[in-house]
Design a binder for this molecule. Structure first.
Ligand SMILES: O=C(O)c1ccccc1N[C@@H]1O[C@H](COP(=O)(O)O)[C@@H](O)[C@H]1O
Length: 230
């Protein structure tokens, strides 16, 4: 994949926003076991996600989250995922654990998301009509947006895709493509949508919450192949 890197200023910061001439980042979400986190990092994942939404089959308690974090080497971003949480719960997680980035997957208002004084990404529900750029405008303090296939009010992590043609190439912020990605489809998804990063959960699992090393390896390899011209 070749072409120029798009960048522009947002809130005084310059972001590199599209995957034209550098590698697409990979986040493996819904890690529930230290060995899965360690393996994801070994394979080259840039970030791992810990789900703090209690209704998810991938929800972790704080002790488990700590064990996963302890298994990670430096330079792997730890993302804490919440869906319409109580503010006190988010604060408790931030107090007890070394979290690098927050991910809000529900109907949280911009003021709520920025109230923790921590970098955050906001999920956009692509399971309903609408222009993703309206969400970008509504959350000026978000450092990125994760496009998932859920509808507003529904949970993410469903393993379903949405129409990648709806991913804007001129959003001006880092976009993270999610929803039903797998080793089979991620190469095509990256070529078409040209996201800053991809995020996967179901597509690299052997059972809910249990990551499969071979599927994770295949997924990361498919993403890097895009940039090697395969
Ligand atoms: O993973 C979950 O259980 C989850 C629960 C609530 C909100 C979001 C959740 N996961 C996020 O959804 C994307 C896509 O998942 P999938 O690959 O389609 O299974 C996942 O990467 C998480 O960011």
């Amino acid at each position: 994949m070749s072409g120029s890197i798009a960048s522009l200023s947002r809130s005084g910061t310059t972001f590199i926003v599209s995957a034209n001439s550098f590698r697409t980042r990979v986040k493996i979400c819904g890690i529930t076991r230290p060995e899965d986190g360690r393996k994801a990092a070994q394979l080259g994942a840039d970030a791992v996600g810990l789900v703090f939404h209690e209704r998810s089959c991938r929800a972790v308690d704080r002790a488990t989250a700590q064990a996963v974090i302890d298994a990670l080497p430096p330079f792997v971003t730890v993302v804490a995922l919440f869906q319409d949480p109580q503010a006190a719960f988010v604060r408790q997680v931030l107090r007890e654990l070394r979290i690098d980035l927050l991910q809000f997957h529900g109907d949280e208002a911009p003021e709520f998301c920025e109230g923790f004084h921590r970098r955050y990404i906001k999920a956009i529900p692509m399971g309903e009509p609408g222009d993703p750029k309206a969400w970008v405008a509504r959350y000026p303090s978000a450092v990125g947006f994760l496009l998932d296939s859920h509808s507003r009010g529904a949970s993410g992590g469903s393993g379903e895709i949405f129409d990648w043609a709806r991913v804007p190439h001129d959003a001006g912020v880092p976009l993270i493509l999610a929803g039903g990605l797998s080793p089979e489809n991620v190469g095509g998804a990256v070529r078409q949508a040209r996201p800053f990063a991809v995020d996967v959960s179901t597509g690299v699992e052997s059972a809910p919450g249990v990551k499969d090393p071979e599927l994770m390896a295949a997924f990361i390899s498919e993403v890097s192949n895009v940039h090697q011209g395969d």
